[in-house]
Design a protein around this ligand. Structure first.
Ligand code: ZN
Length: 386
């Protein structure tokens, strides 16, 4: 059995809106799973010990909107190892929003189905640098039947990629397919706002309300946002999770999060990059989202962290994203960056600064021992016994 003790945690962020800060400074991990959380826990004999040296620990960040294809390569930006690079930005799980960038992507029902199944099975076997990828997001193309969707589910497809990116554009046609997918417990994303690339479509608030997806993807635009009234209509007239992305419109991100503050619906917001995309690959995108909503968006920073962790995990039924006994030990050790006027993680986020990461853990195993992408943190976690 492998045992790890994490000690001297300055701030323990649970990822849960109901109780975002835990009164604890140590975590005991056994075989990759959180066994105990407490104050001054002792290391069992032979345990690996990680000294957080007063920094903050959060659940591993979840990017709710990533356009993976197959392997750690993006044809959209001709980049290799972009997922492994995002791991250095604290992202331990990425969720596919549809493998739309596959060169020569088939648009017939059989091709769409096969691509989703292939991607789901391939990503189940592949962890770039240690990152977990929920891949295989079915793109809705004309002609898909209820049997096709059932077959996808049977072979491991759990997500319908952004509605609007495939040939199904008519809300009535989409609503029928979405109902079939939701009936099987699949999570359905819907592109919201202006066209991202030639060939996709403008999706207005009325269409989102008519289709009732599980996620109103990039409510702040991917990259062009619906107007504020439209965003409020989606928030008020659907049950959908509300997604804020890095590669969108920052003004709308701020306006939407302020509206969420008024309604106290922090548990409904999730965070993605919407990368790789025309905007590029932003390896610190999720950290930048946290800083944006906690500073200009005025979301309490400990709740902002939930938007990139526990909220998304709960929506997708993942056994991670929260610091809770029995869940997978995917953790990020971060702090205010050196030079920030903020003295700890929460104060730095309020300032709008991008945090510094000293260590990233997946299933209790250290996968990054010093981020090559973030600024250096004020306090750095260290492995004291190997
Ligand atoms: Zn989109």
């Amino acid at each position: 059995m492998s045992v790890t003790l994490v000690k001297n945690v300055g701030l323990m962020l649970s990822g849960e809106v109901a109780r975002p800060l835990l009164p604890a400074d140590s975590i005991l991990i056994e075989d990759g799973v959180i066994k105990a959380i407490g104050q001054g826990l002792e290391a069992p004999e032979g345990a690996q010990v990680i000294d957080a040296q007063g920094c903050a620990v959060t659940p591993g960040l979840i990017d709710s909107h990533c356009h993976v294809v197959l392997g750690d390569w993006t044809p959209r930006q001709q980049m290799q190892n972009y997922l492994e690079s995002s791991l250095h930005g604290g992202v331990t799980t990425s969720i596919s929003a549809g493998e739309v960038h596959l060169p020569g992507r088939p648009k017939d029902p059989v091709g769409a189905k096969c691509l989703a199944i292939l991607a789901a099975k391939s990503w189940a076997n592949l962890r770039p640098g240690g990152m977990k990828v929920l891949g295989g997001a079915l793109i809705l193309e004309k002609g898909l039947t209820e049997e096709d969707i059932a077959e996808c589910y049977q072979h491991g497809v759990r997500v319908v990629g952004e509605v609007g990116l495939g040939s199904v554009k008519d809300p009535e046609e989409a609503a029928q397919m979405v109902a079939w997918a939701k009936a099987r417990g699949m999570t359905v994303m819907m592109h919201t706002g202006g066209t991202s690339i030639p060939g996709s479509s403008v999706v207005g608030p009325q269409e989102v309300i008519q289709v009732q997806p599980s996620v109103a993807s990039h409510i702040n635009g991917g990259p062009t946002a619906v107007d504020l009234e439209g965003a409020k209509a989606i928030i008020d007239q659907t049950q959908a999770a509300i997604e804020i992305v890095q590669c969108g419109n920052p003004r709308r991100a701020v306006e939407v999060t302020r509206y969420i503050n008024q309604k106290e619906q922090w548990g409904r917001v999730i965070m993605g990059n919407d990368a790789p995309s025309g905007t590029g690959v932003v390896t610190l995108g999720i950290l930048r989202n946290l800083a944006l909503v906690a500073s200009l968006g005025e979301v309490p920073p400990e709740l902002a962290v939930c938007m990139a962790t526990g909220n998304t995990a709960t929506l997708y039924g993942l056994r991670r994203g929260r610091i809770q006994e029995g869940l997978e030990a995917d953790l990020v050790f971060m702090d205010a960056p050196m030079g920030s006027p903020g003295q700890d993680l929460l104060a730095a986020l309020k300032e709008g600064d991008t945090p510094g990461i000293s260590l990233v853990m997946v299933d209790g195993r250290v996968v990054v021992s010093k981020s090559r992408n973030t600024p250096p943190p004020k306090r750095k976690a260290q492995v004291v016994t190997p």
